[in-house]
Design a protein around this ligand. Structure first.
Ligand SMILES: Cc1cc2nc3c(=O)[nH]c(=O)nc-3n(C[C@H](O)[C@H](O)[C@H](O)COP(=O)(O)OP(=O)(O)OC[C@H]3O[C@@H](n4cnc5c(N)ncnc54)[C@H](O)[C@@H]3O)c2cc1C
Length: 559
């Protein structure tokens, strides 16, 4: 079995990597002055061995039964494994770790090696009324992997998919790969690339998340404008439920009733375990062109990128930052010498003189991928569209810089959490006619929450994942809470933003999913009949209600 990539249990990614704030003095001094940060970092994750962990609630007989199914190597009971499988990677998860709050620690981690193992585990769990929490990479940012249980199940096990990680076949004729879903993004992509193919699905969490997690949470990659979300990439899948195994038909399209796969994709582990999927492949793009532009306003940038999509051009990446995010990204550049700092200041003056003023300008990262003639044609067409706007071509150095560092930003969050800052993201989607309104409404709701809480904060956003009919909007907010109150104050901000999203024509999530955190807004978003149907499907697949309790479906008092 290929090992899962090692990652920090208390933060993001490679344990040997960190985001060096000292290389970005402009960024940090800017942030410090906005948030009035005076203190040095003071909030650190506790040593793993000092955390007190309750005894597993599984009794001797239950452990023996599990050993029969999995062999002793397939059951992890150590405190270390139980703690490191307790949470995902949301702000709430990582802040609870730093505050030393460990809730819902699972009783065991189970490592199935085959689909037969999964079936037997589900049968055992159903008989014993034990909650089963499916887990891929554990990068959920909505509480999707937390081992909560309902009152009928005091015991909880995590079903960790890491050992089901084989690429079973790659068909060059059908352009399909059949893959076990515990495979991590990097491993899958390497194996596909060796055959000249790619899945072309690159979420920011790519290296640490799995195919199963992507499908179960309806993920979107950074190149989704061209290649689609994960739901566009699945041809068929296998779902293992306590009631039996369901396979969807491996055909490119069918008119055999509602789309089966689309009822399973996004089910967040509450119906069953997605054990394998037949994924649609793309030929590795011959050309990748990444570049950057500066618009004189976010509104102008929005009109320009909308025009690109209207004309049928699908860039791989469109990331258009509002003015606050643009200024932050400018300040994030690495400054290595006094000379470059001077050059920087002159450049800034020049931009302002040309009309690209701070607090107004808008940065666009644009990616084009495909064959050489296609990319060439698209470049020319976009140039023609941009002639109608006040826009400056920053060039491919900036675009390539973004592309090279596209998986690095999550490391910054860990540094800022050390200062006990609230650092979180929100994402939604809406139709074009509503994008500007929703952007303004969510920003002002978050700013109002900062005022209500009497804390300093900043909120920024970008458009990404574009469609002919609309776009996703991605918000980032940073705030300095009162000491020891980051979690309560985060809840107030999150509630204000989420209420505003659903009241103003957005979806509660474009690609992070529902999990625990978005559950209170699901009833409003789906309505009674749709929810009843979901509940009936859950009952059909999982009559004892053992699978991933507390996720996706609202609780009684939320409905
Ligand atoms: C820094 C960071 C950046 C991120 N960037 C992106 C991004 O760009 N785009 C994006 O879409 N998301 C992003 N995410 C969110 C997260 O990575 C995605 O939701 C991802 O799809 C989760 O994959 P995972 O393997 O980690 O799944 P997990 O977190 O382990 O699980 C996610 C959900 O799926 C269920 N599940 C997992 N595997 C299975 C299975 N085989 N069968 C049934 N249910 C299963 C779990 O129970 C849980 O409900 C980001 C998260 C972080 C922390």
């Amino acid at each position: 079995m290929k090992d899962a990539p090692s990652s920090k249990w208390w933060g993001w990614g490679d344990p040997d990597k960190r985001f060096d704030l000292s290389l970005r003095p402009y960024f940090f001094s800017n942030l410090k002055s906005i948030l009035k940060i005076e203190n040095a970092p003071h909030l650190f994750p506790p040593p793993l061995e000092k955390i007190s962990v309750p005894e597993t609630k599984l009794d001797h007989e239950e452990i023996l039964a599990l050993e029969k199914i999995l062999s002793p190597e397939g059951i992890w009971l150590s405190s270390k494994e139980r703690i490191t499988h307790a949470y995902g990677k949301s702000f709430r998860d990582l802040m609870r770790i730093r505050y030393g709050i460990f809730e819902n620690i699972p009783d065991a981690i189970l490592i199935p090696r085959s689909e037969a193992d999964i079936l037997r585990i589900l049968e055992w769990a159903q008989q014993n009324k034990i909650a089963v929490i499916p887990r891929g990479g554990g990068t959920s940012v909505v509480g999707g992997v937390e081992a909560v249980s309902d009152p009928t199940q005091r015991k909880r096990v995590v079903l960790d998919m890491r050992a089901l990680n084989r690429v079973l076949s790659i068909s060059e004729t059908d352009m399909i790969a059949e893959v076990e879903t515990g495979i991590f993004g990097g491993d899958l992509e390497t194996q596909l690339n060796q055959k000249g193919f790619s899945l072309c699905h690159f979420p920011e969490s790519f290296q640490y998340s799995t195919l199963g997690g992507w499908i179960a949470a309806r993920s979107a990659g950074q190149q989704s404008t061209l290649y689609g979300k994960i739901e566009d990439m699945v041809e068929s899948l296998r779902l293992i439920t306590p009631a039996g195994v369901v396979d969807s038909l491996p055909v490119p399209a069918a008119a055999n009733g509602p789309d089966w796969d689309q009822l399973i994709i996004g089910s967040e582990g509450i119906f069953g375990i997605i054990s394998r999927a037949r994924m649609k492949l793309k030929i590795l793009p011959q050309e990748k062109y990444y570049t950057a532009y500066l618009f004189n306003s976010f509104e102008a940038g929005m009109a320009a990128v909308q025009e690109i999509i209207r004309q049928g051009i699908l860039p791989s990446t469109v990331r258009l930052s509002d003015s606050t995010e643009t200024d932050f990204i400018f300040s994030l550049r690495e400054i290595s010498s006094a000379f470059s700092a001077l050059l920087d200041r002159n450049m800034q003056k020049w931009f302002a003189w040309k009309g690209f003023v701070p607090h107004k300008r808008s940065l666009l990262i644009l990616g084009l991928e495909g064959t050489l003639p296609k990319v060439k044609y698209e470049k020319a067409a976009i140039k023609k569209i941009f002639k109608h706007y006040t826009v400056f071509h920053l060039g491919s150095k900036v675009g390539n810089g973004w592309y090279r560092h596209r998986f690095e930003n999550p490391y910054l969050r860990d540094e800022l959490l050390g200062y006990e800052l609230i650092v979180d993201t929100l994402e939604t989607a809406t139709e074009w006619g509503n994008v500007e309104h929703l952007h303004a409404a969510v920003k002002s709701a978050i700013e109002a929450a900062f005022r209500e809480l009497e804390i300093k904060g900043v909120v920024m956003a970008h458009l990404s994942h574009l469609y002919t009919t609309g776009s996703s909007l991605y918000f980032i907010f940073l705030a300095k809470p009162h000491r020891g109150r980051a979690l309560e104050e985060w809840t107030v901000i999150k509630r204000a933003a989420s209420d505003t999203i659903v009241e103003n024509g957005g979806t509660i999530s474009h690609h992070h999913g529902v999990g625990i955190d978005h559950r209170p807004w699901i009833r409003k978003e789906l309505g009674t009949l749709q929810l009843q149907l979901l509940r009936q499907m859950k009952k059909q697949f999982d009559p004892a209600g053992i699978l991933n309790p507390g996720k996706l479906l609202p609780t009684e008092n939320e409905t």
